[in-house]
Design a protein around this ligand. Structure first.
Ligand SMILES: [Zn+2]
Length: 164
C-alpha cells in the first residue's frame, strides 16, 4: 500500500463512520470472547474493498438513533477500528514508499563534475546537510553542488555554494 492509497483508505473508512453515524466498530465475539473470521467475496462494508478475503462480523453504536448496527468488514478494518492504524508491517511499507526518494547530487572540483545518487528522506534540510558532508569529505576543494530530483511532487534543482 502506498501513502496515497492509505489516505484514500482512511477517507473511505471515515466516510463510512459518518454515513452510518457510528461511534465505534468492534468485532462481535462469542460467549468465550472469540471472534470468527470467514472468507467472503462480498465487498467490505466499511472500506468498500471489492476484493474477496477474510471478513469478520462487527457491530457499532450509532448514538443519534441509539441503534446497534451490524456489518461484515475486512480484517484491515477490524484492525484499523481497534488501533487507529493498520498493522505495523503495512504501516512500515507505507512509510518506506513515501519517505525515500532518489536524488542526484553533484559537486564541481577543478572543473570536474562528480555525481552521486543517494536516497533521502523527503525533507530537503537533511538532504542538504548530508550532501554537504559527503562533498566535503570526498573533496575538500568542492566549490558547489546541486540536488536534483524529478519526482513529480519534488521538482528540485538547486545549487548551493559551500561556505567554509
Ligand atoms: Zn475494509
Amino acid at each position: 500500500m502506498t501513502k496515497p492509497e492509505y489516505e484514500a483508505y482512511q477517507k473511505a473508512v471515515a466516510a463510512f463512520f459518518e454515513r452510518e453515524g457510528l461511534a465505534n466498530l468492534s468485532s462481535i465475539t462469542d460467549t468465550e470472547g472469540n471472534c470468527e473470521s470467514f472468507f467472503s467475496w462480498r465487498p467490505c462494508e466499511c472500506c468498500g474493498d471489492p476484493l474477496g478475503g477474510d471478513r469478520e462480523r462487527c457491530n457499532g453504536y450509532a448514538p443519534v438513533t441509539k441503534e446497534i448496527k451490524e456489518f461484515t468488514v475486512c480484517m484491515d478494518c477490524v484492525y484499523y477500528a481497534e488501533y487507529g492504524q493498520l498493522d505495523d508491517t503495512t504501516m512500515l511499507a507505507i512509510e518506506r514508499s513515501q519517505s525515500l526518494k532518489p536524488y542526484r547530487f553533484s559537486f564541481f572540483s577543478h572543473d570536474v563534475r562528480q555525481v552521486w545518487i543517494r536516497f533521502y528522506r523527503i525533507d530537503m534540510e537533511s538532504a542538504l546537510e548530508d550532501c554537504k558532508k559527503v562533498a566535503l569529505r570526498e573533496n575538500p576543494d568542492a566549490c558547489a553542488f546541486m540536488i536534483e530530483s524529478d519526482q513529480d511532487d519534488l521538482a528540485v534543482r538547486q545549487s548551493w555554494g559551500l561556505d567554509r
